[in-house]
Design a protein around this ligand. Structure first.
Ligand code: DNO
Length: 387
């Protein structure tokens, strides 16, 4: 049994069609009802409709990514119980449609963060990029967060000041939009909201956020067990604190803490090699060996870091992540499973014809097609030579 080759599809508005995905060779679809406001119940009819569209194209909806966890739950504020009940209801409705693998994250306010969505590579393709000095420009001069300077190395602060001097209004506006974007189809947040949230999370802190995650998991585990659902937490991207926000899913220790703190089978992990690999403290192969028994979904992509810790998304097989090592381990884990583990080529370069199209950052077709083809070949090579 091979891994389940999957593909993220943003729904009927995605410029990449289900037909395109079939041509890329994926059979599992990773999708979500992005138009449903965060925290609202996913209605049965809406789920059924999305499922129907996917199945009519001859594909299967393999993973729900994501059912977003509302900020009321992450911060455990007065509305928490209401949103937990909504979440449980969404899970019941998903299970009623046969959807049993759910991805989510517990990153405060922002989903993944980059500072440039169009880093031009030497071959002309474009990649997503994270740069500390650009983040500091945003933090110090756009967000103007109190005490922000202390969170950066002096050399980065100096660089940011210089860069800020040379930035035009348009450059700053672009940086602002990129950082506040989050998931493209779900809209962005404002500077004021971000500032307020940072204050709230300052009071919650690292241990508080860990507790809030444990509470969330404990509140949904019964439903997951009853319905046969597995939850997969996405690691923090990038895997270190940014903008003064706490991070609790950034390392092997964090992931072990999560699965041990609520030690029940549906409490699982979405193993994202690119997110974890962006941290110098992480060795993805080692992490997979430690938590593999709870990995129910994988995002496979690569990153290349420089000495400062900036990173760009490199080719899937070429970068700091030992993708051969990861795949070898994943194949071994998959052999023990009854159901194949779904993986998707996570992100891809904007390249060839896609350079002339409007695409969702990281989610253009051709770069992912290339990634999937390489990963599929890697898997087959490992299977044939080892088993
Ligand atoms: C980015 C994605 C994330 C992921 C969420 C999961 O490309 O991997 O947006 O879907 O963090 O909740």
């Amino acid at each position: 049994m091979t891994l389940l080759q999957s593909w993220r599809w943003y729904g009927p508005n995605d410029p990449v069609t289900l037909q395109d995905i079939k041509q890329a060779g994926a059979t599992g679809i990773v999708s979500a009802l992005h138009h449903v406001p965060h925290g609202a119940v996913w209605q049965l009819e809406e789920i059924q409709e999305r499922k129907r569209i996917i199945e009519e194209a001859g594909l299967t909806w393999a993973v729900v990514e994501s059912v977003p966890v509302h900020e009321a739950i992450k911060t455990r504020n007065a509305d928490c119980e209401l949103y937990l009940e909504n979440y449980r209801q969404s899970l019941r409705n998903l299970a009623a449609c046969g959807l049993k693998t759910v991805c989510y994250n517990f990153m405060p306010v922002l989903d993944w963060t980059r500072t440039n969505l169009e880093l031009e590579l030497e071959n002309g393709a474009k990649a997503l990029y994270f740069d500390w000095a650009d983040l500091a420009v945003f933090d110090l001069f756009i967000l103007k967060r109190a005490g922000a300077e202390q969170d950066y190395a002096p050399a980065i602060v100096a660089k940011a000041k210089e860069r800020h001097k040379q930035s035009s209004e348009t450059d700053l506006k672009r940086l602002h939009d990129i950082i506040l974007m989050g998931v493209p189809t779900e809209g962005s947040i404002t500077l004021e909201q971000l500032t307020d949230s940072i204050e709230i999370y300052k009071n919650i802190g690292h241990a508080g956020l860990q507790e809030n995650l444990a509470y969330f998991l404990e509140s949904i585990m019964d439903v997951c067990e009853e319905e046969g659902i597995v939850m997969t937490i996405h690691p923090d991207d990038p895997p270190f604190p940014i903008l003064g926000l706490p991070r609790i899913a950034s390392s092997k220790e964090d992931l072990l803490h999560i699965i041990q703190r609520v030690d029940r089978k549906p409490n699982g992990i979405c193993f994202c090699t690119g997110s974890l690999g962006a941290g110098g403290h992480n060795n993805p192969v080692e992490i997979l060996k430690a938590v593999g028994h709870r990995v129910y979904f994988a995002h496979l992509r690569n990153v290349r870091k420089d000495a400062e810790g900036n990173f760009f998304e490199s080719d899937h097989l070429d970068g700091d992540v030992d993708m051969y090592g990861v795949m070898r381990e994943l194949v071994a884990i998959n052999r023990e499973r009854e159901q194949p583990i779904p993986f998707r080529p996570d992100h891809g370069h904007q390249m060839l014809d896609d350079l002339h199209k409007v695409t969702n950052p990281g989610y253009s077709a051709i770069g992912r097609l290339k990634g999937l083809a390489e990963l599929r070949g890697l898997e087959m090579g490992i299977e044939r030579s080892l088993y």
